[in-house]
Design a protein around this ligand. Sequence first.
Ligand SMILES: C[S@@+](CC[C@H](N)C(=O)[O-])C[C@H]1O[C@@H](n2cnc3c(N)ncnc32)[C@H](O)[C@@H]1O
Length: 254
Amino acid sequence: MTLNKNTPSSLLRVAVIFCITFCYLMLSACQTLAATDVDSNGNYQSRTIHSPDGIAKFYMGREIAKVMGHTEALWLERPSREFEEQPTKLVNALNFKPTDIVADIGAGTGYLSFRIAQKVPLGKVLAVDIQPEMLDIINFLKKENSITNVEPILGSITDAKLPLNSVDLVLMVDTYHELSNPYEVMRGVVKALKPNGRVALVEYRRENPFIPIKALHKMTQKQVCKEMSAVGLQWRETQSFLPTQHLMIFEKIS
Ligand SMILES: C[S@@+](CC[C@H](N)C(=O)[O-])C[C@H]1O[C@@H](n2cnc3c(N)ncnc32)[C@H](O)[C@@H]1O
């Protein structure tokens, strides 16, 4: 049977499509109108319509995620992490020299810092975090395991407090997406890098909708590259051997 174009059901369908389109356009317009700059440089915008997992602050089109609190420290140390994320493979792939100075920004409990410390016996790991409770855990584990080449640093939300021109590799694992001031922190990172220094970002792959992590805690390669280039970092390579995360390497544009 052919439906007459003017039957009540087709009119209803047109009306529903019209209403949905109208609501969508109104929401988009509200969102645009509600976006206000939250810094004098225009780097960040605040929007009223945003994800419950975010802080309502947007950077280069991306909403910044809420910081993972220190009460979730045990989750970072979960035994299944080795199988799920394969951090040993990650640390091996970073090809450290024994003398390297490494900054682990957003170190949390030092899960990665302590693993890297073994690879740089003549160098050190600067374990930076903004939560003093995380640094307390690092100091406890450092003493407990007699590790001398991990140096905890209390950073601020805008500054990782790294010495200038001093670091061979800056690593951020599952952290960059929750920096409340990524532009300022990364400008400081660039200044802290030695001339051939590298930045390694490990983020859950947002391109893959089947990775069971909240959307704001995942990033696409395209977005990461856009944000790194804004602070003077050039993409070198992406390695895809980890089960759920990208390992992306950047260098200073000289
Ligand atoms: C999800 S945890 C990851 C911890 C660690 N990298 C790991 O993989 O086990 C993110 C950490 O980044 C820290 N963080 C958030 N913003 C930061 C900032 N601006 N500077 C330094 N650390 C920050 C948080 O306090 C938290 O400990």
